[in-house]
Design a protein around this ligand. Structure first.
Ligand code: PEP
Length: 258
């Protein structure tokens, strides 16, 4: 089955309002360069409306073709959760995607697979496409535990999802040692884990559904290493941190997946 590649930019806690709008306009204005690749921008929560407006998603009749995503959310739809953002709020400001279980959320903010699981179900219930992140640390890779760690993360983060739900998600394999470090996994290392993940999805849902789910690679993806990653049979796009802050670099990566 041919899967539509998806390249998402995780801007993390960077930029200011004016620069966020400028970057979104630059990507939107040039999105045709990426051909059929689905493009998603995930700005800080504070700038979602600004970026959504720049992308033509808020109060506009002609959306730009670039989608909007949150970087995180709570699993409840409303209530006394100071500082949090609810899934319907993301939908309300034009998001179609949300990154869940990013390694920074897991390591810096204590998100467990159980929390990621609750958020994944809440995202799906709200009509958002979750981009569920998994990946091993350097210590785990060196101890030959990559397969075991990723297997647990996938099985526990997706526990209780129906096959129809599994069909709606995107997975991002992001080895923690490659995030923001300039160390990219070799195409073979990445492909090996992507194939493992697809096998796990087949067990959780069905081989046909596993075949349809997009699995992104993330970890120091740049325009000059994207093509060899894109050439791997089970790598269907990228989740991009640092390089997504420059339109040229982000679109250069997207072009490699076109
Ligand atoms: C990320 O944070 O999801 C990421 C992949 O970051 P970078 O591209 O900077 O390694």
């Amino acid at each position: 089955m041919s899967r539509r590649s998806i390249v998402a930019g995780n801007w993390k806690m960077n930029l200011d309002c004016a620069k966020a709008a400028e970057l979104a306009q630059a990507v939107a204005g040039r999105h045709a360069e990426a051909g059929n690749v689905e493009l998603v921008l995930c700005p800080p929560t504070a700038y979602l409306t600004t970026v959504g407006t720049a992308l033509g998603l808020v109060h506009a009749t002609s959306p730009s073709g670039v989608a909007l995503g949150g970087q995180n959310m709570h699993d409840k739809s409303s209530g006394a959760f100071t500082g949090e953002v609810a899934p319907p709020m993301l939908v309300d400001v034009g998001c179609r995607f949300v990154i869940l279980g990013h390694s920074e959320r897991r390591t810096l903010f204590g998100e467990t697979d159980g929390i990621v699981n609750a958020k994944t179900k809440a995202a799906l219930a709200a009509g958002l496409t979750p981009i569920v992140c998994v990946g091993e640390t350097l210590e785990e890779r060196e101890a030959n535990r990559t397969q075991a760690v990723v297997t647990t993360q996938i099985n526990d983060s997706l526990a209780g999802l129906t096959p129809a739900d599994v069909a709606k998600i995107v997975i991002a394999y992001e080895p923690v040692w490659a995030i923001g470090t300039g160390k990219v996994a070799s195409p073979q290392q990445a492909q090996e884990v992507h194939a493992l993940i697809r096998g796990l999805l087949a067990s959780l849902a069905s081989p046909a559904i596993a075949d349809s789910v997009r699995i992104q690679y993330g970890g120091s993806v740049k325009p000059d290493n994207a093509a060899e990653l894109a050439a791997q049979p089970d790598i269907d796009g990228a989740l991009v941190g640092g390089a997504s802050l420059k339109a040229d670099d982000f679109l250069g990566i997207a072009r490699a997946f076109a």
